[in-house]
Design a protein around this ligand. Structure first.
Ligand SMILES: C[S@@+](CC[C@H](N)C(=O)[O-])C[C@H]1O[C@@H](n2cnc3c(N)ncnc32)[C@H](O)[C@@H]1O
Length: 192
């Protein structure tokens, strides 16, 4: 897999699609923490966060990693792992994903309740019923919305991790939330 630096050179941000890429350092940190949750056979899906997928696969390639994305430019990164995904059609995904995803990493394109509800609608269908974990990367401006939308097990309530997220072009405060007991320790210096 290409590096995040190579990805950024090849793919400019399309602001019409709300594309704001993580800094290289952030993408590497996110990838490292996610790898700490995985085994070589983990079924992991990255929804709407291509640079997280690139950093993760660049660090160590997992066969069962998928990228669900609207922008089909990214199919070229790994055609067999790319799945076209439109958050406005939350029930449209390959049947092979139903109930199979053990870790979902998502950064929804729009910072509102409707978008998060659509994302949740997809997650409820693709996440493994017992092993499924969500890592949500989004703006702290929607913290109240997150509490409201992801309010019930198994996908809520979400715990704020200590992972720090930075972008090149975006000044918004971002953070990372996890759906499992202990997620709040992710990113702490003595945690994972
Ligand atoms: C806020 S960005 C997150 C990107 C992340 N910061 C990264 O560096 O990988 C949102 C992502 O959602 C994608 N997107 C835009 N419209 C979408 C749609 N209708 N359905 C699904 N994804 C969409 C964009 O292409 C973009 O990759």
């Amino acid at each position: 897999m290409v590096s995040v630096a190579e990805f950024k050179l090849a793919f400019g941000e399309d602001w019409q699609l709300s594309q704001f890429w993580y800094s290289e350092e952030s993408a590497a940190t996110i990838a490292e923490h996610i790898h700490s949750l995985c085994t070589p056979s983990t079924n992991i899906a990255f929804l709407c966060c291509p640079t997280a997928f690139v950093a993760f696969q660049h660090k160590k390639r997992l066969e069962n990693a998928k990228l669900l994305e609207f922008d089909q430019r990214f199919a070229i990164l790994s055609p067999k792992q790319f799945i076209p995904y439109d958050i406005d059609e939350p029930d449209v995904f390959p049947e092979s994903l139903r109930g199979k995803v053990e870790i979902a990493v998502a950064d929804p394109p729009f910072l509102n309740e409707v978008t998060n509800k659509k994302l949740l609608q997809t997650l409820k269908q693709i996440l493994h019923p017992t092993k499924g974990k969500l890592l949500l990367l989004t703006s702290t401006s929607v913290e109240k919305i997150i509490e409201k939308v992801y309010d019930a097990p198994p996908i809520g309530p979400l715990r704020k991790t200590s992972i720090e997220i930075e972008h090149g072009q975006l000044a918004n405060d971002f953070a990372c939330w996890g759906s499992w007991d202990g997620a709040e320790n992710l990113g702490k210096s003595d945690g994972n």
